[in-house]
Design a protein around this ligand. Structure first.
Ligand SMILES: [Zn+2]
Ligand SMILES: [Zn+2]
Length: 351
């Protein structure tokens, strides 16, 4: 593939929408691996980037290819890479990590102090037939279907990280509330069922709640004015051990404060921009408030293993790579069930 070019869906500059471009097929340098893409999940964050630029990662003033939920096959090894095998199926950690800061050393690499970059968020991602990645950012997926694996590299991983953060606060036979049953929330419901004995309560608009029951919620509560009272009643008046808020607006944070038990935990994951009032006894005494993002490499590895055993359901709607603009339109219009995943069929569409 010497000096070949390929189509890529790219952000040409900050504050400009994504567009198709042609770029050279990259060549792996030392420590890098060339990946032939198999599947890439699309994310609301991509739409935010197209609308107003990346908000959560340091911006680099240069064009880059979108796509931060990436799975593919190792196609070529750069110098010095001896522990990856050509043809092996891998998921790519969306955030690059330095490996040497105290967070990386503690296995909390999603809070890396010196992240070199982010695939598809500030550096080239997977919305192109080939992706260049560092060997250290890859997790083997074995025989897991790449289409199923792609959403684990962001949506699934972020939900898993959010669940792991609240586990210490959940008593045996306790109660957990998940607010927002979209792509992340439906992972969280299932992972809570897998990892706890808690009663799991899903909160969302009425039309999302039948899906929540199918993904493990014991109870579903419509997010209206009576939600707090309904949840309190389900807990016998004691309140819930933990709330994971995947929405993050004023109303959902108020609900979390109203239903959390003393010494419980509120985890804010949603980027809705709401605020949580904080004064004495509100939230109740002893409550831990945290906001988590993304996942550690180890969590991605664990999640892949759980998925290989078929222990949870990964909902996807697939599109061919060349139809990804339609997929983004459907995502924007709320027409996607589960995660939108673009697939690369290997017949070089549009080359
Ligand atoms: Zn994302
Ligand atoms: Zn680090």
């Amino acid at each position: 593939m010497a000096d070949e070019t390929m189509p890529a869906y790219r952000i040409p500059s900050i504050h400009s929408s994504a567009q198709w471009s042609r770029v050279p097929v990259p060549k792996p340098s030392s420590g890098e691996v060339l990946i032939r893409m198999a599947a890439a999940g699309l994310c609301h964050t991509d739409l935010e980037i197209m609308d107003k630029g990346a908000q959560f990662v340091p911006h680099k003033d240069r064009p880059y290819t979108l796509g931060h939920e990436n799975v593919g096959y190792v196609a070529a090894l750069g110098p010095g890479v001896t522990d990856a095998v050509v043809g092996e199926a891998v998921a790519v950690n969306s955030g690059m990590t330095c490996g040497t800061c105290e967070y990386c050393l503690a296995g909390q690499d999603n809070y890396c102090e010196n992240p070199p970059g982010f695939y598809g968020l500030s550096d080239d991602g997977g919305l192109a037939p080939y992706l260049l990645a560092r060997r250290r950012d890859l997790v083997s997926i074995g025989d897991l279907d790449p289409i199923q694996a792609a959403p684990l590299a962001d949506a699934g991983g972020t939900a898993y990280g959010a669940v792991n953060a609240v586990l210490p606060y959940i008593r045996p036979n306790g109660f957990v509330v998940v607010i927002g049953i979209g792509g992340l929330g439906s992972f969280a419901l299932q992972l809570l069922r897998l990892n706890t004995s808690a009663t799991v309560i899903a909160v969302d608009l009425a039309d999302k709640l039948s899906h929540a029951s199918g993904r493990g919620a014991h109870h579903t509560v419509t997010s209206d004015a009576s939600a707090a009272a309904t949840i309190k009643e389900l807990t016998g008046g004691h309140g819930v051990d933990a709330i994971i808020d995947f929405v993050g607006i004023d109303a959902t944070l108020r609900l979390a404060t109203d239903v959390v038990r003393p010494t419980g935990c509120i985890n804010l994951v949603g980027t809705g921009g709401g605020t949580l009032p904080f004064r004495f006894q509100n939230p109740p005494l002893g409550v831990h408030v945290v906001a988590t993002a993304s996942y550690s490499m180890r969590e991605l590895q664990d999640l892949v293993r759980l998925a290989q055993r078929g222990l949870f359901t990964i909902d996807v709607t697939t599109y061919a790579f060349q139809d990804l603009e339609q997929a983004y339109r459907d995502l924007r219009d709320g027409r996607i069930v589960g995660r939108a995943v673009v697939t690369f069929d290997g017949d070089r569409p549009g080359w």
